[in-house]
Design a binder for this molecule. Structure first.
Ligand SMILES: *Cc1c(COP(=O)(O)O)cnc(C)c1O
Length: 391
């Protein structure tokens, strides 16, 4: 049996005719930059997220970059974030000439630890930390209640890196839930094909409940022009293509069922792993869904986790990966090297050690979790992991 890490073909198949027709329509319209499809997608994503405004941009990376630009982040400023994320989270800070500061992660959720975050802000005597970027890693929201409380105390804006977490919901503890992107000043989404909502190329979006902030992003994504050809600010070309927008509008209608499918698959893995008494006598640790308990009763329709990735912790990781690849099972390490350890920082960032992030980088492994995965495929994956530890 072959189990790829992700199979976009099976997702495309039932939608292919509709998508091809929609793309053809955009091509025939000869409106290739922005236009009605982009505006419609912005409105639909804003409604889906429960926010006032949405601005389509060229990628998740550019969503983060233009958000920091809208805050006026630049040389001499510092941005507080997690050391355990995709490079773009830190890359945008460096590209603006600002300096990243890191707070270690919570070892269970893999998201930034609010206590460590508070420590970093407390030690920032020059008050040079001008923004905080929590990442909702793997599709589960960071501890936004605590993060927002600390951010408010120090009066620092919070930009959510929700690239892996569109639609992920966060419980307020009193029965109400809010979607990612509605939890901070702004939220940044990526439509990279491997995200839960992926285009046929690059794309992204900034959402916000702060209309003035959103309008500033809207201006900056188009060279800062306002009106056309008049530039009080320097922006860039961060526009979203209508071809991407039209595809994303079709896919958005299925997003909730895909989230539910991934959650169901996560449940299946959890049960299968439990049935093996955890392969190798506890050598595999299954992921923890921090907010699942708040969703009891309606687990299928609450996005307490959208499982962009299903992450296990393993021992003998390199050998296990080789074994899985030899048996046609896709798997991947997200991410093998922490941000504070990246060579491009060239020793320019003085960061204390981040033991939780460094440990996670050494032991985590992503298994196939896409919603079209069959039970047989999941059984095969767990069986192969089990047999590896029996060897
Ligand atoms: C994918 C991703 C990004 C970047 O999105 P792109 O659309 O690829 O530019 C940023 N942050 C995180 C956490 C991501 O997973």
């Amino acid at each position: 049996m072959k189990v790829p890490l992700l199979d976009l073909g099976v997702q495309l198949e039932p939608l292919r005719d509709e998508i091809v027709a929609a793309v053809t329509k955009v091509i025939d319209s000869t409106t290739y930059i922005q236009g009605p499809e982009v505006i419609a997608l912005e409105e639909e994503v804003a409604e889906y997220c429960g926010v006032a405004s949405a601005v389509g941009v060229s990628s998740g990376t550019d969503a983060l970059l233009v958000s920091l630009m809208a805050l006026g982040i630049g040389a001499g400023d510092r941005v507080l974030t997690t050391p355990y994320s995709f490079f773009a989270t830190m890359g945008v800070v460096l590209r603006l000439g600002a300096e990243p500061v890191f707070a270690d992660i919570d070892p269970v959720s893999y998201n930034i630890d609010p206590v460590k975050m508070a420590e970093a802000l407390e030690q920032d005597h020059g008050r040079t930390i001008k923004a905080i970027i929590p990442v909702h890693l793997y599709g589960q929201c960071a501890a936004m209640k605590q993060i927002n409380e600390i951010a408010k105390k120090y009066n620092v804006p919070v930009i959510e890196d929700a690239a892996q977490a569109i639609g992920a919901e966060y419980p307020d503890g009193n029965g109400a839930w809010q979607r990612s992107g509605a939890l901070g000043l702004a939220g940044c989404f990526s439509f990279f094909p491997s995200k839960n909502l992926g285009g046929v190329g690059d794309g992204g979006m900034v959402v916000s409940n702060d209309k003035a902030f959103a309008e500033k992003v809207r201006m900056l994504r188009n060279h800062g022009a306002h009106p056309k050809y008049y530039h009080a600010e320097v922006g860039g070309n961060f526009r979203l293509d209508p071809i991407q927008a039209t595809v994303l509008r079709i896919k958005l209608k299925h997003l909730e069922s895909w989230h539910a499918g991934r959650r169901e698959n996560a449940n299946t893995y959890n049960t299968l792993f439990a049935g093996t008494s955890l392969p190798g006598g506890g050598k595999v640790k299954i992921p923890y869904a921090a907010y699942e308990e708040y969703a009891s009763g309606n687990e299928t329709d609450k996005n307490f986790h959208i499982y962009n990735q299903y992450i296990i912790e393993v021992t003998e990781r390199d050998k296990l990966i080789e074994h899985l690849h030899n048996n046609n099972i896709g798997c991947e390490i997200y991410y093998p090297l922490c941000l504070h350890q990246q060579k491009c920082l060239d020793g320019n960032v003085t960061s204390p050690s981040m033991p939780n992030a460094e440990h996670a980088a050494n032991v985590t492994l992503a298994l196939p979790i896409y919603s079209e995965l069959t039970i047989e495929m999941q059984e095969y994956v767990v069986q192969q992991i089990d047999s590896f530890y029996q060897m």
